[in-house]
Write a protein that binds this ligand. Structure first.
Ligand SMILES: C[S@@+](CC[C@H](N)C(=O)[O-])C[C@H]1O[C@@H](n2cnc3c(N)ncnc32)[C@H](O)[C@@H]1O
Length: 329
């Protein structure tokens, strides 16, 4: 890569927050949903969203330049990309993921303090008081991204003849729902903290899978896991919250409830497999936002799996920095 090209890249890092903000605010305003109903002129959009027409015109121009919107005659409309990924009605919608990303701007603005103390900054009062709303936003964001990734992960795993699955730290059941929908013989249990489990219950009901996917509330380090034995134990985006000692315990407990010949899967941001810039940035997010969380090396997770009795370990990159490692008991 030429020096000039590298310089362009460096300079664009300085403005990428502006592009993010345009995207976040457009999602938050419901712009893409509005255009999903019908193409509209700038004046109509401004009227419906209660915005200043001149300022909105400038925002729309950025979205046109980024090829997120298109314009025909004088009307703005969604591109195939924004229709598929940014409209709430689409099954592939990742709008909630961007809303969550926007909420990370405040903790990221405290980076200097985390760098000094090697510790997250305690959330301020307003943020703590807003926790229930933040939790809903967070679980929706995880679900949005998970729905995109689950199909790819599902296709990589030889689970078509499996009967039981434990989705450990399963959030609102994104992966259990996806896998159990695809394989008629598979039943799942979503294990998570009690305040998340109430959202999971609603999500499972919404998917019409209440006969195939059940829930169990608990704390995976202190409490017993559902006894199983399960043909598949899936640990997605849980280990990065914890220190190494806790991760080893979680993997060991997961392997203990796995049937002989069953598959243990770790899905996470893993150094050495996923896109290294995305993984290292996610690692910083864990520094800023969790007491002890971090991203781990491929070799660390492989060692924990082996120690827990898991063999024939394989790995694959998934999307947006995450990867899976899986093996058999
Ligand atoms: C980052 S989210 C991942 C959700 C989902 N597995 C996914 O990949 O989309 C981590 C989940 O683990 C749950 N969790 C964190 N610590 C836990 C613990 N000690 N016991 C049970 N669940 C836990 C959280 O409540 C949250 O739902």
């Amino acid at each position: 890569m030429s020096v000039r090209h590298k310089l362009e890249g460096l300079l664009s890092l300085g403005t990428s927050f502006q592009a993010s903000q345009v995207l976040f605010e457009s999602v938050r305003l419901g712009l893409f949903d509005l255009l999903d109903a019908a193409p509209l002129s700038a004046a109509s959009i401004a009227r419906r969203l209660g915005l200043a027409p001149a300022a909105l015109g400038r925002l729309l121009r950025v979205l046109l330049e980024m090829e997120i919107l298109q314009k025909k005659t004088s009307c703005y409309r969604n591109t195939a990309l924004s229709k598929k990924y940014l409209c709430t009605n689409s099954p592939w919608s990742i709008g909630d993921f961007f809303i969550h990303r926007q909420s990370l701007q405040q903790p990221w603005s405290e980076l200097k303090a985390s760098l000094k103390n090697n510790f997250m900054v305690r959330p301020n009062r307003n943020r703590l008081a807003d926790y229930p709303r933040q939790l809903k936003k967070f679980t929706n964001a995880m679900d949005a991204l998970g729905r995109l990734k689950s199909e790819h992960i599902r296709e990589l795993l030889p689970i078509e003849d499996h009967h039981s699955m434990l989705d450990l730290g399963g959030g609102i059941g994104t992966y259990a729902i996806s896998f159990c929908k695809r394989y008629p013989g598979l039943h799942g249990v979503v294990f998570d903290l009690s305040n998340v489990i109430s959202f999971a219950r609603r999500n499972i009901l919404k998917a019409g899978l209440q006969k195939k996917v059940s829930v169990a509330a608990g704390e995976c380090l202190a409490d017993d896991l559902p006894p199983g034995p399960f043909d598949l134990v899936f640990i997605s985006n849980l280990l990065h919250i914890y220190n190494e000692t806790d991760c080893i315990r979680i993997v060991k407990k997961a392997a203990a409830v796995l049937a002989k010949g069953g598959i243990l899967v770790v899905h996470d941001y893993v150094f050495g497999i996923g896109d290294s810039v995305s993984v290292s940035l996610f690692d910083m997010t864990m520094l800023i936002g969790t007491p002890q969380g971090r991203c781990y090396e491929h070799t660390d997770i492989t060692r924990w799996l082996r120690t827990a009795g898991i063999k024939k370990i394989q790995s694959a990159e998934i999307l947006a920095g995450t990867s899976i490692l899986w093996g058999l008991k």
